[in-house]
Design a protein. Structure first.
Length: 102
């Protein structure tokens, strides 16, 4: 690789860094900025939204642990035992009936 090829490659990399659109949102009409803003948020803003999943996962694990403990010790809490929980989960739900009641 001679000097001119090295220089061309260097200039190409500088141009890609300078004009790459990965860091900033593209120029759009202000009317549509709310539609695109969620696509181009910074990683700090996205980190705030990711906390909800961890909390929901923690609650799900906690409820599952309570279910396993109820099943293992044959406990009843508020007249509900693990067999009734399983029965309610297995019961089919008629969506049309529920929709009509709403």
């Amino acid at each position: 690789m001679n000097e001119s090829e090295k220089r061309r490659k260097q200039l190409l990399e500088q141009t890609r860094r300078r004009y790459g659109d990965s860091r900033i949102p593209p120029a759009i009409h202000p009317r549509y900025s709310s539609l695109y803003s969620s696509l181009y948020r910074s990683s700090e803003e996205n980190a705030d939204e990711a906390g909800g999943f961890g909390f929901r996962m923690f609650i799900a694990v906690l409820l599952f642990a309570a279910f396993v403990a109820m099943d293992y010790s044959n406990e009843k809490i508020a007249s509900v035992d693990s067999k009734r929980i399983v029965k309610e989960i297995e019961t089919g739900v008629d969506v049309e009936e529920v929709w009509k009641k709403l």
